[in-house]
Write a protein that binds this ligand. Sequence first.
Ligand code: SF4
Ligand code: SF4
Length: 455
Amino acid sequence: MQNFITNYTKKRYVLYGIISIIALSLPFIKINGNHFFLLSFIHSKLDLIFVSFSTQEFYLMPFVLILLFLFIFFITTLGGRIWCAWSCPQTIFRVIYRDLIQTKILRIRKNINNKQKEYPGQYFKKTIAVVLFYLVSLIAISNLLWYFVPPEEYFEYIQNPDEHLLLIGILFFASLLFTLDVTYLAEKFCVYVCPYARIQSVMFDRDTMQVIYNEKRGGVIFDGKFKLHKKPPQGECIGCEACVSVCPTHIDIRAGMQLECINCLECADACSKIQNKFNRPSLINWTSIKSIETNKKIKYFRFRTIGYLVVITIVLTALFVMGSKKERMLLNINRSSELYQISHVGDNIEVSNAYTFLFQNTDTKDHEYYFEAKLKDIDNGIKITRPIKPFKLEAGEQSKKIVIIKAIKKLANDNQQDIIFPLYIKAYAKDDDKIVIFRETIFVYPKISIFKEVK
Ligand code: SF4
Ligand code: SF4
């Protein structure tokens, strides 16, 4: 006799375990001192796939977000609300609270296969369940915070709570909110709060995988929303309602696809156990409308899914190309508000322009930096008078330098107006010839009448 029992629920639990291990361990893994993902506001940096970017390189963030949304669109078109029951933290923590803490550990709920029935009383045990979940929430919220405050600093901060009240406040308050959400809002969050539940149906097509009751085999139970039969006169559904009582969102999937369905497939598992006794597969399957209608296999590769894959590949390639072209030093140049300074040196008059150079060492090693300045089409017309020596920047360090560039010969002879020269800056690390960047600014030289006024 063939075994038709499906084990989607166990597979989900295995996936939850894998996701939890990855989520908990990723913040602790560092390559070249960088995390897989860390958005640190204190250090003004973003670590992405073990590469560090400064705030000036945050232009990569929109690409990451676009990629995330495209991936959600793709996965929803292909597998329906697969995210909801298979990866969403809300569902994972509902399973931990309802099925593990309330049912298995404290035995408040008597039957894991009946998620509809409420058990009144037992207030002491129910309070213990909420307290236990609050402890779980503290770990979960800490885990989330490690993607914004690296664990090595996080553990140092929480040992000095007086100096880090904001972090401690966020930890306890967010854990409280999360506990209220999971213990009180429960699946109502999925139905009434989560925006994804509202928009996902527009991404569906007739080939999208959904949890579908096979009316052809089971028989018609509902006419739209109205229940016609408990058990169809002809059909394989025996009306046991195992699929209804196990449903965490309290719906009857035999009425068709509903907004409340989170795709957990517990109804499919429940029905498979019933139908297996009759040597038949489950009446509820993870399949597509078209597949049920035509009795053909699900079409995974179709115009929409291939389209999403192509766009994801393009955005991913753009992200990698931009990430790999990451500059190992950054330089922003601002001119001072004063156009130029004129000073007397003996009988000569000298012209200087002042700038603020903002250097940042975005490399993982310390380096010594300096720069060269050159006017367009004029050799040896200027010299750098400040700073006169190279300077050291530690890995990740930012430093503002006041830069004075002086004309060392007469650059122009115009009576009417100041002359603007393009000024080219080549900044580099003295100890690594691969670290070099070029910038362009201007050097302003006064009209001759200004010299006469100064005399
Ligand atoms: S209908 Fe089935 S798949 Fe949908 S939420 Fe209920 S048990 Fe899960
Ligand atoms: S579990 Fe299967 S047989 Fe029982 S009511 Fe649901 S669909 Fe019908």
